[in-house]
Design a protein around this ligand. Structure first.
Ligand code: G1P
Length: 290
């Protein structure tokens, strides 16, 4: 079955970014000239996924407004003959976005289950809102690669990258049974293990394509510490030989972390057609003074 829908969990409180996240939801923090959530919507469009379900906290109407139409703004831009800005506005409200509300922060699986009414037991893509993955126009993006592996095999597939030292304990970690051309058969998963308990140096990053039936599996899970864990379902799939992992092209930015957020801002600004050259000159001048 073709994957046509995606879930973006984006209801986190963003406490690491206080005070800005007191009134502004974290997915609206800008990377260069767009909110982070819009880059993820663009990543999905590029991969051919049309229907996006964003899981938001109850006070996130500003995200809904961002993707909605703004008739007054549109007519103002038209009457002022600001064509380029009008196109930017048209692009912003061109995504097929639906919203699900996560009333309490009850983990990643809790967020996914909030989107159940839109997904049922269909396969879906899952993209964590704190991570941006840049891929050049001429390379296969991470999501395109995961979807092509899913379409070939019918198995759930997660994106993975190598991590070392203390970073191992920041991510879900996978055991690898076999590997061919960057596609791995996953044997087991542990969530944020100590270095001693890690199964490999392969961390799970925030891009997944999950086969049909995952919602029912999540609902059937027994809670641990009052939470249910996506990792438990992934581990169940891994043990049955139904979970693949894949490396990917491009650069991953952890925009949920202040350093990662600054790096993303600098690098996306450098890639901008409009301003990249000016920013490069400025950065060189600045670097010479440091
Ligand atoms: C989540 C997942 C973890 C994954 C990580 C990627 O953790 O539970 O397996 O490695 O995203 O960023 P979180 O960072 O939300 O705690």
């Amino acid at each position: 079955m073709k994957v046509t829908k995606a879930i973006i969990p984006a209801a986190g409180l963003g406490t690491r970014f206080l005070p800005i996240t007191k009134a502004v939801p974290k997915p609206m923090l800008p990377v260069f000239d767009k909110p982070t959530i819009q880059y993820i919507a663009e990543e999905l469009r590029r991969a051919g996924i049309d229907e996006i379900i964003i899981v938001v906290s109850p006070d996130s109407e500003v995200i809904m407004r961002h993707f909605g139409r703004a008739p007054e703004l549109e007519s103002r831009l038209l009457s002022d003959n600001k064509k380029k800005l009008y196109e930017i506005e048209q692009e912003t409200c061109s995504f097929n976005v639906k919203f699900a509300i996560q009333k309490e922060p009850n983990g990643l699986a809790g967020a996914i289950l909030c989107a159940e009414e839109f997904i049922g037991d269909e396969p879906f893509a899952l993209l964590l809102g704190d991570e941006l993955i840049y891929a050049g126009i001429d390379e296969q993006s991470c999501m395109e690669r995961l979807l092509s592996i899913y379409e070939k095999t019918g198995k759930s597939v997660i994106a993975t990258m190598e991590v070392f030292g203390d970073d191992v304990s920041k991510y879900g970690n996978i055991g690898i049974a076999s590997e061919e051309d960057g596609v791995m058969q996953v044997s087991a998963i542990v969530e944020k293990p100590s270095i001693a308990d890690a199964l490999s140096n392969n961390a799970i990053i925030g891009r997944y394509v999950l086969a049909g039936g995952i919602m029912s599996k999540l609902k059937a899970l027994k809670p641990r510490n009052n939470e249910i864990y996506l990792t438990d379902v992934l581990d169940e799939l891994a043990i049955k030989g139904e979970l693949l992992a894949s490396t990917f092209n491009g650069v991953r930015y952890d925009v949920g972390d202040k350093f990662g957020f600054v790096k993303a801002n600098v690098e996306y600004a450098l890639m901008s057609a409009e301003m990249g050259e000016d920013i490069k000159t400025y950065l060189k001048e600045l670097a010479a003074k440091l």
